[in-house]
Design a protein around this ligand. Structure first.
Ligand code: S5P
Length: 259
C-alpha cells in the first residue's frame, strides 16, 4: 500500500538511503514530524531558538546567509545542539546554477554547507547536471538533497510538467531523498516530502506566502514533514510552547492518516 499509510518506523527500516533511514527513525522515536524554519538574523538568536525548539523537532531548517555574525563556532554549536536534542540540519540554500558552480557554492566559500548540513535543496531549472554536481560533493559525505517540486507562494511557477520533471529526476537520482512541495508525489520509491507554508492561524503574509493546516498537509495530502517558521518564533511568541503545539498537531494529523 501507499507509503503514506505506513508508519515512519516501518519506512525507516526499509529506506535505501542511510540519512533518510536516520530521519524517519528519529521521527518515530521522538514522535515528531515538525521542522522549524529558523529565519533569524544573528548567531545568538539562532542558537537560542534551536535550543528551545530542539526537543520538539526532527529537522532544523536554516538560512545561514541571513546570519550577520556567521562563523565556524556557530556551526560547531549547532552541531552540538543537533546531537543533544536529536535533530538533523537542513540548509535551505535553494541552489539553482550549473553543476560546476553549485559544487563550489555547496562545498566551499564562507559557509562550507556540505561540511555540516545533513540536507540541502535545489531548483532543477538548469536540468539534472545540478543534481550531479551537488551529489559529487555531498554523496561522499553522506548528505542528501531535496528538489523544490512546488513552492508555497501565490502565483508560483513550479506546476504541471515542471513538477513532474522534478519527480522523474528524484526517482532517477539516489542522492535525492525527497521534495519540498505540498503532497506525496510518487510511490516509485519512498521519497520524503517536506512542506513549508504551514500555519494554524494566519492565511498568509504580505509577500505571497500562503499557509495551510497540518491536517491538510499531512492527513489529506500525504506529506511527511511540516515546516513552520514565524508561527513559532514571531513577535510575542514562546517558541518552545508553539513548537510543542505544532508538534502535537502534526503528530495527530499523522496518526489520523494511519487510522
Ligand atoms: O515554497 C517554499 C519553500 C520554502 S523552503 N516556501 C517557503 O516558505 N519555504 C521556506 O519555508 C522559506 O524560505 C521560509 O524559511 C520557510 C517558511 O517560513 P514561514 O515563516 O512563512 O513559516
Amino acid at each position: 500500500s501507499s507509503f503514506s499509510r505506513r508508519t515512519y518506523a516501518a519506512r525507516a527500516a526499509e529506506h535505501p538511503h542511510p540519512l533518510a533511514r536516520e530521519l524517519l527513525a528519529l521521527m518515530a522515536r521522538k514522535r515528531t514530524n515538525l521542522s522549524v524554519a529558523a529565519d533569524v538574523a544573528t548567531k545568538a538568536e539562532l542558537l537560542a531558538l534551536a535550543d528551545a525548539v530542539g526537543p520538539h523537532i526532527c529537522v532544523l531548517k536554516t538560512h545561514v546567509d541571513i546570519i550577520s555574525d556567521f562563523d565556524a563556532d556557530l556551526v560547531a554549536r549547532l552541531q552540538a545542539l543537533a546531537e543533544r536534542h536529536g535533530f538533523l540540519i537542513f540548509e535551505d540554500r535553494k541552489f539553482a546554477d550549473i553543476g560546476n558552480t553549485v559544487k563550489l557554492q555547496y562545498g566551499a566559500g564562507l559557509y562550507r554547507i556540505a561540511d555540516w548540513a545533513h540536507i540541502t535543496n535545489c531548483h532543477v531549472i538548469p536540468g539534472e547536471g545540478i543534481i550531479r554536481g551537488l551529489a559529487e560533493v555531498g554523496a561522499p559525505k553522506g548528505r542528501a538533497l531535496l528538489l523544490l517540486a512546488e513552492m508555497s507562494t501565490a502565483g508560483m511557477l513550479a506546476t504541471g510538467a515542471y513538477t513532474e520533471k522534478n519527480v522523474e529526476m528524484a526517482v532517477a537520482n539516489p542522492f535525492v531523498i525527497g521534495f519540498i512541495g505540498s503532497r506525496r508525489f510518487t510511490e516509485e520509491r519512498d521519497l520524503i516530502t517536506m512542506t513549508p507554508g504551514v500555519g494554524l492561524h494566519a492565511a498568509g503574509d504580505a509577500l505571497g506566502q500562503q499557509y495551510r493546516s497540518p491536517d491538510t498537509i499531512i492527513t489529506e495530502n500525504g506529506s511527511d514533514i511540516i515546516i513552520v517558521g514565524r508561527a513559532i518564533y514571531g513577535p510575542g511568541k514562546d517558541p518552545a510552547a508553539e513548537a510543542l503545539r505544532y508538534r502535537e498537531a502534526g503528530w495527530a494529523a499523522y496518526e489520523r492518516r494511519l487510522a
